[in-house]
Design a protein around this ligand. Sequence first.
Ligand SMILES: NC(=O)c1ccc[n+]([C@@H]2O[C@H](COP(=O)([O-])OP(=O)(O)OC[C@H]3O[C@@H](n4cnc5c(N)ncnc54)[C@H](OP(=O)(O)O)[C@@H]3O)[C@@H](O)[C@H]2O)c1
Length: 342
Amino acid sequence: MTDLPQTMKAAILKHGGYSATSTGPVIEDAADWLEATELPVHNPGPGQVLIRLRASSVNPSDLHFIKGEYGQPRVKGAVAGFEGCGDVVATGKGAEALKGQRVAFVAAGSGAWAEYIVTQMQMCIPLRPDISDDDGAAQIVNPLTAMAMVDMAREDGDAFVISAASSQLGKLMCSLGRDLGLKPIALVRRAETVDTLKSLGAAEVLVTSDPEIVEKFAAISTTLKPRVFLDAVTDQLSENLFCTMPNRARWVTYGKLSTEAPTLSQTGQLIFMGKRIEGFWLTQWMMSTPPADQMRVVAEVQARFADDRWKTDVSEHLTLENLVSNLADALKKSDGKVIITP
Ligand SMILES: NC(=O)c1ccc[n+]([C@@H]2O[C@H](COP(=O)([O-])OP(=O)(O)OC[C@H]3O[C@@H](n4cnc5c(N)ncnc54)[C@H](OP(=O)(O)O)[C@@H]3O)[C@@H](O)[C@H]2O)c1
């Protein structure tokens, strides 16, 4: 590691553990949760690689996590950020095959919002040269979730429902559904995103602020018979819509964009109509899906980005230097990911 610096820029967590709050993936000021600092660059251990960052994405899961509202406890002082892409500049024993490769990675040991990242080699995916760094920075969390959840939906008929459909993940799922011959029913909160969703293949698009949304959704539900509701919002409207879905419908909650806690108004539907409420978490999918199947999904994801069937919409680029001061403002822009570069 002689040609590598001793220290690096990084954004670290200000707090440890869980917070017991449920305020959602929004922040007033990143300085409440993060601190910009200089840290030592570590050597990779056995089975690990050291990656020099090219780009990292900011996902809602990162915001839930820094606030202590995610499925894993925070470690005070640890680097934030779950995913990114970069170049493998050093390898531990057994990981030599990745030396020199540009990879997309999930940060397993130290976070992605730093100049250098140590992670397990299994958390790295070598990137095709025709994938841009921006796409590489958001190559794992949302694309794999989109593939896994649309796969789940297609087992249960040809129509399915997507909430927060204007999110990056919503858009990926919509166009994937269309490409597979399915009928995505998109729910959006901003009317100006309706045309975008239609152009991405939504069979129907409803605006959640429409006072007649429940009736309109019920009519669509009767015609198209969607049996899977992929829900990132999980509020009372979600529950009301789920109640109008046909028998054997599944409400799959995978995000908590809304802070509202829904109540169940018709539990009899779970008993008499065979309806189900369940969760989806990519981490669980990765642990339970055989590696060969995951590799097939990864190859398909890269192919979709390489030939422009999918793309990462970017709202703003930040650097590690201005991340803490500018993140909250950058996140106010709709329609795209904030990407962090060194
Ligand atoms: N469970 C898993 O394994 C997993 C994996 C990946 C992602 N996710 C979840 O998937 C969701 C989308 O992720 P993403 O990266 O695609 O997000 P994103 O691109 O950052 O977009 C989030 C979008 O959701 C919309 N939104 C925000 N708050 C909302 C609310 N209260 N009600 C309705 N819509 C709201 C906003 O769009 P508008 O401004 O256009 O309304 C916002 O741009 C997140 O909840 C994330 O945590 C879960």
